[in-house]
Design a protein around this ligand. Structure first.
Ligand SMILES: [Zn+2]
Ligand SMILES: [Zn+2]
Length: 361
């Protein structure tokens, strides 16, 4: 065989030469030896993980909601922020969960997309308010107006639309890994680093990867209130919307697919990496994910939402309507913050003064 042309040293890239004595491939540049089997495994592994990923989702066939045979629903629009909401036909007084405006305009029901399933609210408003209050108590320098309970009680129960992705993948990932060992003798400290090329290959299944279908419900806080527990999911019925709002999706399924692919790939890399804990450092080099017939469903997930306006800035909050997990960015009262730091500075000054006094003695 003409090994010199076929194989390059994986450590330094120099051509390898077949050594008849050891039956190995030898690198004259860095001095390493590799068996032919090892080089073949390496080539196969790299080709496998470096191949093209294939994400093949089934087309989603929408089902329409029928206002005649189901519970009557109506469409509402917020004249202030443009949010489009579906709710029951006689929606009571409700504050817009996205901008705080207090009137919705009722419109003609346009036959909304019928979700494949819904996770009904498990936490009522009272519990959502107290979950939020508990969370906010941990935050420093909140404006006083923030504890206005009436404002917090404006929170609205909103079903947020999600595209849900299920798939069963074949995946191959290549990692570069290092293992360091350290020891010492009476003269020196030694550190030895071994370099590895790791390959992981296998099947991994995903169920209910959520991608937010509403641009109004900010991804930042929607991802922060996850996870939802899907064993509470039930077949959709309009009756679940009574007393609640359902945000209408405005992100098409096609536009959500890239997001789902990214989540599948990242989760695969992470899951396979869990099998490499014996190494001191592991970096992903390449990943290939392949599946066909991935399933897409449309779901409504429950969240309590409200907004808070402070210094012309709108702060949005969400409480998971199933688990009570709170997400959102809190405002900071700069006056309170300044006072607090002034007090600390005052204490430091006093300490310095005492120290100065001790030195003088
Ligand atoms: Zn070499
Ligand atoms: Zn609004």
């Amino acid at each position: 065989m003409d090994a010199t042309q076929e194989y390059k040293c994986p450590c330094c890239g120099a051509p390898l030469v077949f050594d008849a004595g050891t039956q190995n491939l030898h690198c004259e540049s860095c001095g390493n030896d590799f068996s032919i089997d090892t080089m073949q495994l390496l080539g196969d592994g790299l080709a496998d993980a470096g191949g093209m990923s294939k994400y093949d989702w089934k087309t989603y066939t929408p089902r329409n909601y029928d206002n005649e045979n189901d519970v009557r629903l109506a469409d509402y629009t917020c004249p202030s922020c443009g949010a489009e909401i579906t709710g029951d036909d006689n929606l009571g007084s409700t504050v817009c969960p996205y901008c705080g405006n207090s009137t919705f305009i009722k419109g003609q029901f346009e036959g909304a997309l019928r979700p494949d399933y819904i996770i009904p609210f498990k936490i009522d408003k009272k519990h959502a308010v107290s979950a939020f209050e508990q969370d906010s108590q941990k935050r420093p320098f909140l404006p006083d107006s923030f504890s206005d309970r009436k404002k917090i009680e404006e929170m609205a129960g909103v079903y947020v639309p999600f595209w849900m992705f299920d798939c069963d993948c074949n995946a191959a990932v290549a990692y570069n890994a290092e293992m360091t060992t350290a020891w010492e003798d009476s003269t020196y400290d030694y550190v030895k680093t071994d370099y590895y090329k790791l390959f992981r290959k296998g099947r991994i299944g995903f169920a209910n990867i959520p991608v937010d279908g509403s641009t109004k419900a900010d991804d930042k806080y929607m991802e922060a209130v996850e996870p939802y527990k899907y064993n509470d999911a039930v077949e959709f019925s309009g009756a679940y919307l009574s007393g609640y709002l359902a945000d209408k999706y405005d992100v098409d399924v096609e536009d959500s697919i890239d997001r789902a692919n990214e989540r599948v790939k990242n989760s695969t890399i992470r899951a396979f990496k869990d099998t490499t804990s014996q190494y001191s450092s592991v970096e992903e080099e390449n990943a290939r994910v392949e599946f066909s017939d991935g399933k897409i469903r449309y779901a409504l997930l429950p969240a309590w939402m409200f907004t808070f306006k402070y210094m012309d800035e709108l702060y949005r909050f969400a409480v998971n309507g199933q688990t009570g997990k709170v997400a959102g960015e809190y405002p900071v009262d700069n006056g309170k913050k300044r006072k607090y730091f002034a007090k600390i500075a005052g204490i430091c000054y006093a300490v310095v003064a005492v120290a100065g006094f001790l030195l003088l003695k």
